[in-house]
Write a protein that binds this ligand. Structure first.
Ligand SMILES: [Zn+2]
Length: 171
């Protein structure tokens, strides 16, 4: 417990030190790389982390991704800073199954789950979250697409791999 709290603290400190520098001549004022000043309210880093998370979300995600690559135990600590345990688990499973083209049954296969850091899910809840995520992605695509467009498909095979290509074109 002590060591996971320390990891969380170290990560928050890293977020602060990446985005903020102390203002010379003060001992409790820090300035963000984009000029916003923040006063240290207590010994923690919450004030800095909240600022970075809300004002610079893209860079914040990029930093977290970099830290996640460092070590998986550290990434666990980083994830637990910002998201509920369940959200981290579900996100991990969705990413793994989709990116690694795994069958849905892996999420509840005990021989498989004993080797990975996420707790098993039922296929039923996995599919529930997959469908929810699909709706969100569909809405994002809908927001990007113009009113009139064409869809272009192509597909081909190289050795044993089969590819399908879909894109939209507009004037
Ligand atoms: Zn800022």
């Amino acid at each position: 417990m002590q060591s996971s709290e320390k990891k969380v603290r170290d990560t928050r400190k890293k977020v602060r030190d990446t985005f903020f520098k102390p203002v010379e001549g003060t001992d409790d004022v820090w300035v963000c790389r984009y000029g916003t000043k923040r006063k240290v309210k207590d010994a923690g880093y919450a004030n800095f982390v909240t600022h970075v998370q809300s004002q610079h979300p893209a860079e914040h995600s990029a930093l977290l991704a970099t830290l996640s690559i460092a070590t998986s135990s550290q990434s666990k600590a980083v994830d637990s800073l910002f998201y509920s345990k369940n959200a981290v688990q579900v996100h991990g499973w969705l990413q793994f199954v989709v990116h690694c083209l795994q069958p849905f049954q892996v999420v509840e296969d005990p021989k498989f789950t004993e080797h990975i850091r996420y707790e098993s899910l039922t296929q039923k809840s996995f599919k529930k979250y997959l469908e929810k995520l699909t709706k969100i992605v569909e809405q994002k695509i809908r927001n990007i697409l113009p009113d009139i467009f064409a869809i272009v498909f192509d597909w081909w095979t190289t050795s044993d791999s089969h590819y399908c290509y879909v894109r939209y074109v507009c004037r």
